[in-house]
Design a protein around this ligand. Structure first.
Ligand SMILES: Cc1ncc(COP(=O)(O)O)c(C=O)c1O
Length: 339
């Protein structure tokens, strides 16, 4: 009953096999290898575009911080939800990598940014007023910290508003796969076709060992050189990058990444259904692989005494994260405690 986080899950055997297969003799280093080339091509196919530039890192924090560093100048700001991972859980990495860029927060139910919250900030903004920090980037998390998903229409509207204000757009796609499965959108429709300029695309939570892609779309693809320079300077250019790229290739092969996200999402739906049937109230809609539930007195202790692992959410609810390897036995055992 490990519902602590999808980062506690093992790597999928296909990923490990791909790393073993890549461990065959010498290969060019620092991303000049065949696996990196193939992973780039495979991602181009999935996102249905050649107008794309891609690099790889090991952690989601590195992906976000590096991606944002090419979009936000040191004297600019990034608009994000107040509960966004880039604000609450990255130890100031975005501010550090942007050399001082500021985060500007919006609130919003279920940790989602709305046009209603964003528009007044942009209307009030005066780029020529030297005392003000203008917002240069909009960063959206997919899934959000509350496990909710933006629809492609939401993203389109938010990105259009940002672009109208001469801002760039970034998506923290640490759980993009889960959002795609739950909304039924295609990777292209959910990202660049909806106006996303730069994507942090996570594979680790979904079943890789440690592999994240930073994807630059359209005009931003020209910034690959700047991104690579920062990746090197920031210490995130793995010499044996083939092993990172091999993981990405294994995840994309046969749409494994989507199957694993579907398994995790299905487990979350089953868990949520069981909790609700047992009389519990959900704090947020379940639109991916996270269930936030309001537990009554004693229920959290009973669950923990039965061996369940989960975190207390910042809003007082309990957070249960399902993974590609969550079993129906895990789900049933947790539900039984509450029933
Ligand atoms: C939404 C979101 N973005 C980014 C990250 C960062 O990933 P990492 O822990 O690999 O740095 C996480 C990790 O939990 C996350 O939940």
């Amino acid at each position: 009953m490990n519902f602590a986080s999808d980062t506690t899950a093992p790597a999928h055997p296909n990923v490990l096999q791909a790393v073993l297969d890549a461990n065959d003799g010498s290969a060019p280093s620092y991303g000049a290898d065949l696996w990196t080339d193939k992973a780039r091509q495979a991602l181009g196919t999935i996102f249905e575009t050649d107008d794309i530039a891609i690099t790889f890192v090991n952690s989601g924090t590195a992906a976000n911080a590096l991606a944002l560093s090419i979009l936000c100048p040191p004297d600019g700001a990034i608009l994000c939800h107040e509960n966004a991972h880039i604000n609450c859980d990255e130890r100031g990495a975005p501010e550090f990598y942007t050399h001082g860029g500021k985060l500007h927060f919006l609130s919003g139910a279920h940790d989602l940014i709305t046009i209603r919250a964003m528009a007044p900030v942009l209307e009030k903004m005066d780029r020529h007023f030297v005392h003000e920090t203008p917002v240069d980037v909009l960063s959206l998390s997919q899934l959000s910290e509350a496990g909710t998903a933006y629809t492609q229409e939401d993203i389109k509207a938010l990105c259009a508003l940002a672009h109208k204000a001469n801002m760039h757009t970034h998506m923290d796609g640490a759980r993009l796969a889960n959002a795609l499965v739950s909304t039924g959108s295609s990777p292209a429709d959910m990202t660049w076709r909806a106006g996303v300029d730069v994507l942090s695309f996570g594979f680790t939570k979904n079943g890789a060992m440690g592999a994240e892609a930073i994807i630059l779309f359209g005009e931003q693809a020209k910034r690959l050189g700047a991104l690579e320079a920062r990746r090197k300077r920031g210490g995130h250019m793995p010499p044996k990058q083939r092993f990172v790229a091999a993981q990405v290739l294994a995840m994309l092969q046969g749409d494994l990444w989507l199957s694993l996200a579907r398994q995790a999402n299905d487990a979350a739906q089953a868990l949520a259904k069981g909790f609700v049937e047992a009389g519990a109230v959900l704090q947020h809609p379940v639109q991916g692989n996270e269930v936030f539930v309001c537990l009554k007195d004693g229920q959290a202790t009973a669950l923990r005494n039965a061996g369940a692992q989960f975190y207390d959410g910042p809003d007082g609810s309990a957070r249960f994260v399902t993974c590609w390897n969550t079993t129906s036995a895990d789900v049933q055992a947790a539900v039984k405690v509450l029933s």
